[in-house]
Design a protein around this ligand. Structure first.
Ligand code: F6P
Length: 495
């Protein structure tokens, strides 16, 4: 997957909120190790076993993660079987207390920064920056970022040769600046997996907060995004909010005599690993079960229950399609496999409740005793999701805003039926494969309803042509490509 063995030598320090594995206690009191979830974990888990010497630093998410952090302060090797789920990796879970983690994750990162970057605010109601948010920034976000920075410095010092540090995502915006202060010569890169909005979106946050976040980021040598548009928005933000000199030709920013290079690398999937997992017994069992319940046509979506994923409008569009085409009654199913996400954040719990209510309404309105138009499965189950990817006629990916969206790539790669992608023009992946999808505006429910219908009844030749072209692009822009282009640019900075 990673093309040149030389390019991955040296020590790689990966810092990300989520780790490749998560620990829980099973019914018999035994410790269970499971793969962490989310697009970032999927991509980095496929990658890090290929790095000769890597350390993945992450936050504890469960009480058992906390126990592991205390037992193995130096880090540990995950149990690996080499499969898509369980490749071996070196991991260090930070020993963070639950309260700091909650303030960092559930008060600042998700309800505030994620909302700014996905443009999810209803400003008449939120956000309120009260003394509680101020305290959460100081004792949660800043403190946890400092713990990551300390662990990075320790991992660098612990190694004789040079280290390359890759920091990930919106949870860790202060880390680059903190490591830079401790080790001015370090080579630091930060990959931002989610959209970067225009400067004015950041003005929602008070100056002290947005300033600190931005100054942390420009502590890196390389700041990377999924798309050119997000990289450009970042340059504009540096210029407008930090008053830094920006070079729009070379895509760089000057900060205290240093150059910060800004780039974009659309993330991807490891096609070989994913295809081999798709042939596993677990997947074929789910495939068989889905075959048995499916009707003439199958629409699929696989998402976390995140407000940015636009799940409600997707169902409304489907309902509207059923209303416009009553002949489809009993002939189509919308299988929605949703993973509950961030249920400790009020907006997310409320959103999940609204999903259940809307599904019940649509099933009541259009369904009957023998046919439920929407088959909602609220669970985290990779094998089932992969089985659904193989079987869909239409894949619905309609986010309000998304950094990239790996579901679109995974689904189209694995599908066996010339399935059609209905894709939001606001998903980063639209830049790569939008030409082969039916593009929709995420707020235009009528357009999405018509696109679902058009996708279901697209002639076979046209479906095949689009599908094959889309898969060619996905294979060409693989995970190896994502990584090696970054490595090339990081090495150029070191030279
Ligand atoms: O990049 C976005 C991300 O951090 C990815 O890991 C994943 O898509 C999602 O958000 C996971 O969110 P959480 O870790 O809060 O479940």
């Amino acid at each position: 997957m990673v093309r040149s063995a030389d390019s991955v030598g040296g020590r790689w320090i990966i810092a990300a909120n989520r780790g490749p594995v998560e620990f829980t206690i099973g019914p018999d009191g035994e410790r269970i190790q499971q793969r962490g979830s989310g697009g970032l974990v999927t991509a980095l888990s496929a990658l890090s076993p290929h790095l000769s010497d890597s350390m993945w630093i992450c936050a504890p998410r469960t009480e058992e993660d906390r126990a592991v952090a205390l037992e193995a302060p130096e880090g540990f090797l995950t149990e690996g079987g080499g499969s898509y789920d369980t490749a071996k990796q070196r991991v260090k879970v930070l020993a963070l207390d639950r309260d700091s983690f909650n303030q960092y994750y559930s008060v600042i990162s998700n309800p505030i920064i994620w909302f700014v970057q996905h443009n999810l605010w209803d400003l008449s109601n939120a956000p309120n920056i009260t003394v509680a948010e101020r305290a959460a920034f100081e004792h949660g976000y800043r403190a946890v970022n400092a713990a990551f920075a300390d662990a990075i410095v320790e991992a660098m010092d612990d190694h004789a040769g040079p280290s390359t540090v890759m920091i990930h995502d919106y949870h860790l915006y202060l880390v680059g600046g903190m490591v830079r202060r401790a080790r001015p010569d370090a080579t630091l890169s930060h990959f931002i997996h989610i959209p970067w909005p225009q400067p004015d979106a950041w003005r929602v946050l008070p100056g002290w907060m947005r300033q600190e976040l931005m100054l942390g980021l420009v502590g890196n040598d390389l700041v990377a995004f999924q798309t050119e548009r997000h990289a450009r928005n970042f340059l504009l933000t540096c210029e407008e909010l930090l008053q830094l000199p920006v070079d729009y030709t070379n895509n760089s920013v000057w900060v205290n005599g240093r150059t910060v290079v800004v780039r974009w690398y659309p993330i991807s999937i490891d096609a070989v690993q994913l295809e081999s997992f798709a042939r596993s017994e677990a997947v074929s069992q789910y495939e068989q079960a889905l075959e048995n319940v499916k009707r003439e046509h199958l629409i699929v979506r696989v998402d976390r229950t995140d407000l940015s994923k636009n799940i409600l409008r997707g169902f409304l569009a489907y309902g509207r399609m059923l209303e416009k085409h009553p002949d489809l009654a009993g002939r189509v199913t919308f299988l929605a496999i949703l993973q509950p996400s961030r249920q400790d954040v009020a907006e997310y719990t409320e959103y999940t409740e609204r999903i259940f209510r809307l599904v019940a309404d649509i099933n009541l309105k259009y369904g009957n005793v023998e046919w439920q138009p929407i088959d909602l499965r609220m669970e985290e189950n990779l094998a089932q999701a992969v089985a659904a990817f193989r079987l869909f006629d239409v894949l619905m990916v309609n986010p309000v805003n998304d950094g990239l969206n790996l579901v679109a790539k995974e689904g189209m790669l694995l599908n066996e039926r010339g399935g059609v992608l209905v894709l939001s023009e606001h998903a980063g992946v639209h830049d790569e494969i939008g030409a082969y999808a039916l593009s929709v505006h995420p707020l235009d429910i009528e357009q999405q309803a018509d696109a679902l219908h058009e996708a279901l009844f697209m002639p076979v030749g046209e479906r095949r042509r689009r599908h094959d072209a889309c898969v060619r692009v996905i294979r060409h822009n693989g995970l190896g490509e994502w990584f090696t282009t970054q490595v090339r640019d990081i090495r150029a900075l070191e030279a």
